[in-house]
Design a protein around this ligand. Structure first.
Ligand SMILES: Cc1ncc(COP(=O)(O)O)c(C=O)c1O
Length: 427
């Protein structure tokens, strides 16, 4: 891209912005929910910083605390570096949060069956290890679901033993943008800690983690944020801002830490908005690490700031809305598993059943063959998803289209046209 355009990414066209990404012209990438495309300049940063460190004789331990990168990235999400660690991916962040909470056999965790395995498997580990009871509710799906309905489901499942509510910011199966603030309000009223799997959030939505009132949030660096593979974020609330979350900080053990004292305790954690213990440092200091990867993630975040995070959010939500409308046009509203009428629940991940026969919705072989043929015959990369539907004895399988800022409307149109033909052929 020409340097004059480079300096004005805030107003560059989406066609120009697409040029920032090394997309294969023979492939239609509609699966950022699995992995985004890494921009050229982010790859360059990764290579440059890796070369610099490989060639030098410098001690890599101090810089792997990433104070600068953490501060830059934290600011993008409304928080500070003492609350943030850069880690390997969202799965690692979830595992470290679950392993770091102070669980006992009397505790319950409230979660949903629509969570990623990375959350559910770690909760089951906590169940087997500490006897924690895991209560799993099934989220509603389909065009008419509302935020109120979701909050009411959680509320009805809370018991005096509920210690943690764990849920995605955006679910990966039906692409439901969860009412995070309302769920955090509910949790706070009951003194419950919130663990939010935000794998899909960074780079998709402009978000202020403090204002959302969460206790913990994870994030993937390589999905919507388009950072390098093997990057993720771990946010742990480390200060008390009563207007956002007045609860005391939950007890948290920074597992995987070389900063943790060899003898004695960590400093006492604060009860105010002034930090007394840099939890981010305790989490970040975990042996040698990949400096190039962290530098490149910080660079991806900077690129998003130059384009404009609000602008990107509007773009992805518009593309998601466009996709939903086209799905309804081609397959009918009843085919949709993603929310439609409640705009607060919208995200750019759209799940639907491509086949007409109702029983095909629980035919895993058919949806796998459908997705494979889209890829092998047409170069279209989506994914199939599986999830529970309230009242149904079956696991449902759906096609999921996921758009990002580099996609355009023509790709959605072409994909849906091909999907209609393919579904007819396979019916
Ligand atoms: C909601 C959600 N949580 C967690 C994950 C796992 O993310 P990661 O690959 O960063 O560990 C995914 C992956 O798709 C996801 O969509």
């Amino acid at each position: 891209m020409a340097s004059s355009t480079e300096s004005s990414l805030a107003t560059a066209s989406w066609e120009q912005i697409r040029e920032l990404f090394p997309l294969d012209p023979a492939t239609t990438h509609l699966n950022t929910g699995t992995v985004g495309a890494t921009p050229h300049e982010v790859i360059d940063t990764y290579e440059r910083v890796t070369r610099e460190w490989t060639g030098s004789l410098a001690n890599i331990y101090p810089p792997t605390l990433y104070p600068e990168y953490r501060a830059r990235i934290a600011a993008d999400f409304g928080v500070d570096q003492d609350e943030l660690a850069i880690c390997h991916n969202s799965t690692e962040a979830i595992a470290r949060i679950v392993a770091g909470l102070d669980f006992g056999p009397d505790d319950e965790v409230l979660t949903t069956s629509h969570e990623c395995f990375s959350l559910l498997s770690n909760l089951n580990l906590a169940h087997n290890r500490f006897g924690v009871r895991i209560t799993i509710i099934t989220l509603p799906s389909g065009p008419d679901i509302t935020a109120e309905e979701i909050v009411a489901l959680f509320e009805a499942a809370i018991t005096p033993r509920t210690k943690v509510m764990a849920f995605a910011a955006i679910t990966l199966y039906t692409g439901t943008r969860m009412p995070v603030r309302a769920l955090c309000d509910l949790a706070q009223r009951h003194g419950i800690t919130t663990v939010v799997d935000g794998a899909l959030l960074p780079g998709m939505l402009e978000a202020d983690l403090r204002a959302l009132g969460v206790d913990f949030m994870t994030g993937s660096g390589s999905k919507f944020q388009c950072g390098p593979l093997g990057t993720g974020l771990l946010y742990a609330r480390n200060k008390v801002f009563p207007e956002h979350n007045p609860l005391p900080l939950p007890t948290f053990w920074p597992v995987i830490s070389t900063w943790y004292p060899l003898l004695g305790e960590m400093p006492k954690r604060t009860r105010t908005s002034v930090e007394t213990c840099n939890m981010g440092d305790y989490l970040q200091s975990a042996g040698s690490a990949n400096i190039g990867r962290a530098a490149a993630l910080a660079d991806a975040c900077d690129l998003w700031n130059r384009i404009g995070r609000r602008r990107i959010e509007e773009r992805v939500l518009e593309l998601g809305w466009y996709t939903k409308q086209r799905v309804v046009e081609h397959f009918g509203e009843s085919a949709l598993y993603s929310p439609l009428s409640d705009a607060n629940l919208h995200a750019p991940l759209v799940a639907f059943k491509p086949f007409r026969a109702p029983e095909d919705a629980w035919n895993i072989n058919k949806i796998m063959a459908f997705v494979d043929r889209l890829e092998s015959a047409h170069g279209i990369w989506i994914r199939w998803v599986e999830f529970e539907v309230p009242g149904s004895p079956h696991i449902h399988y759906a096609a999921r289209i996921c758009t990002h800022l580099f996609n355009h409307h023509d790709e959605v149109d072409r994909t849906l046209k091909i999907m209609v033909q393919l579904a007819d052929e396979m019916s």
